[in-house]
Design a protein around this ligand. Structure first.
Ligand code: PMT
Length: 364
């Protein structure tokens, strides 16, 4: 039997985690970039959102050959980042390397390969230069041109205006170190910063002290791995790293009856502002906002009335408000493109965040 560890698991607090696990080598460089970005946005009086996106890996070896991963493609985060930019926010987009990114997500290799948008056009041969054959040209398929132009324009604007700053992580360790350091930089923005934690973060990990240095060998029967629990970082984030920030976490479940109780438990435990619950199979057209009762909904979702949840599902549940947001699975926008629930999620959050700033002040 191969085993990665023979000792029992340790309970890691955030503090003991950061005291015993090593930071990623690029952390200092990454944070220099964030600091400069925050200074620019602060001078410009911008609201800033940190969007986390995609899944984290859990390596099983120090010289990593194998790792655990999860399903997240980063769609929620990449899509939401676009809508935050549209709403006038500056965006720190912290995502899993190679997961979807704002704008380029529209041309993902699996759903809409970029090469399929292009045509090769060979000009007619010129009679004046008989010996050289004309160089073929590349054009965009006419049916795709309008969409591509719109996306390209937004993409170029996000980059030339300096409103989008991108960071990458791979492992859960990278994620935790980066999240803490970025939150500590963003804290200077006080109530003007919104945290939108859509990444799917592993709940279990192998501390480096228990990892095999080299590839785990087979040939000894089954593999037993005992993992430690990743510390819950929302608590120190709210209490210490960025106490004035408006923090939105996500709760993913596969049993829909657990969504609201789990979301309420998270709010009570961590003391942040909103949990957005989503069921794995319905997440693209249904989410539920569970908030502390002090922040009632301020913005009605701009949905066709047929999409609205029945009113008795929404309302106060003890100390929390519960509001469902739904779009029809086949809903389209005015141009016939599929509607994206992230547009409604972001609109709702922008309203709630503004109410928070109006109540407590911006970065003063
Ligand atoms: O990327 P897609 O394919 O579009 O999918 C989107 C999504 C389903 C991944 C997204 O909408 C979502 O639900 N993300 C959160 C999933 C998740 O990790 O849930 P969780 O129960 O593990 O964590 C809940 C919250 O606690 C998270 O917001 C996380 O920031 C926080 N957390 C998690 C682990 C940890 N150690 N400490 C934390 O504070």
């Amino acid at each position: 039997m191969a085993s990665t560890s023979s000792s029992s698991t340790t309970h890691f607090s955030a503090e003991s985690y950061f005291a015993t696990q090593l930071p990623p080598p690029t952390l200092a460089h990454d944070i220099d970039g964030v600091r400069a970005f925050v200074a620019r946005q602060r001078a410009a009086g911008k609201k800033v959102v940190l969007v986390t996106s995609g899944g984290t890996t859990v390596p099983l070896e120090l010289n990593v050959v194998r790792f655990l991963d999860n399903f997240s493609a980063g769609t929620r985060g990449a899509t939401s980042a676009e809508y935050f930019l549209k709403a006038g926010y500056a965006v720190v987009f912290m995502h899993r390397q190679f997961s979807l990114q704002p704008f380029s997500r529209h041309y993902s290799h699996s759903t809409n390969p970029f090469l399929d948008l292009l045509e090769i056009e060979t000009p007619a041969p010129s009679s004046s230069v008989a010996s050289t054959s004309p160089t073929p040209d590349i054009t965009v398929t006419s049916t795709q041109r309008a969409d591509l132009l719109e996306i390209l324009t937004s993409y170029k604007h996000a980059h030339t205006s300096g409103l989008l700053h991108t960071l990458t992580f791979v492992t859960v360790n990278d994620y935790l170190w980066l999240l803490r350091a970025v939150a500590q930089e963003l804290a200077v923005l006080k109530h003007s910063v919104l945290y939108y934690l859509a990444a799917a973060v592993s709940d279990f990990f192998l501390p480096r002290q228990k990892m095999s240095e080299h590839k785990i060998q087979s040939g000894k029967g089954s593999l037993l791995i005992e993992m430690d629990q990743v510390p819950k970082i929302l608590k120190p984030m709210v209490d210490e790293w960025s106490p004035d920030g408006f923090v939105v976490s996500f709760k993913l479940e596969t049993d829909p009856t657990l969504l609201i109780p789990k979301a309420r438990a998270a709010l009570a435990r961590y003391g942040h502002q909103i949990v957005i619950g989503n069921d794995l199979n319905r997440r693209k057209h249904e989410v539920v906002f569970v908030a502390r009762a002090a922040q009632p909904p301020t913005v009605a979702p701009a949905l066709p009335s047929s999409d609205l949840p029945s009113s008795e599902e929404n309302g106060d549940v003890g100390l929390n408000t519960v509001s469902w947001l739904r779009i029809a699975p086949d809903a389209q926008d005015v141009r016939g493109r599929p509607r994206e629930i992230e547009e409604d999620i972001v609109r709702e959050l922008v309203g709630r965040h503004q109410a928070w700033i109006d109540r407590w002040g911006g970065d003063a």
